[in-house]
Design a protein around this ligand. Structure first.
Ligand SMILES: [Zn+2]
Length: 125
């Protein structure tokens, strides 16, 4: 994802706040890179068996799940409501756009009726 409107301490804070719910299992996949105007970031989990990890019927992975991304974006907009987050599926220019558009991304069918929001081991998030 790409993020505008936060500095590095802000990103670290967003991750820290996100990890309250995921037992410190969420990490930056690599050190965030700053490119002129924005950050390039991806999230992963340290332990694929623990909460926040993406999974399908056949595969468990270290990719961060939909809920992790939701909470991370939530925390970004908590720090700066005017921040911008751009992903493969959506471009959230500010908190209002995020609130308006994000829920629908969870309904994406990943195949065999498995929805994005269900492709993990989170319970009742
Ligand atoms: Zn999840």
């Amino acid at each position: 994802m790409k993020i505008w409107g936060l500095n590095k301490p802000g990103l670290d804070m967003a991750l820290l706040l996100t990890n309250v719910r995921y037992g410190d299992n969420v990490k930056f996949a690599r050190e965030p890179q700053y490119k002129r105007t924005h950050w390039i970031i991806s999230l992963k989990t340290e332990d694929a068996m623990k909460v926040g990890s993406r999974r399908s019927k056949k595969k468990i992975s270290n990719s961060a799940c939909w809920h992790v991304h939701r909470d991370f974006y939530e925390n970004i907009f908590k720090i700066n409501p005017l921040a911008r987050v751009s992903t493969f599926t959506a471009d959230y220019k500010g908190e209002g756009a995020f609130r308006h558009k994000f829920t629908a991304t969870g309904e994406k069918d990943l195949g065999n009726g498995l929805l994005m929001k269900d492709a993990c081991n989170c319970v009742d998030f």
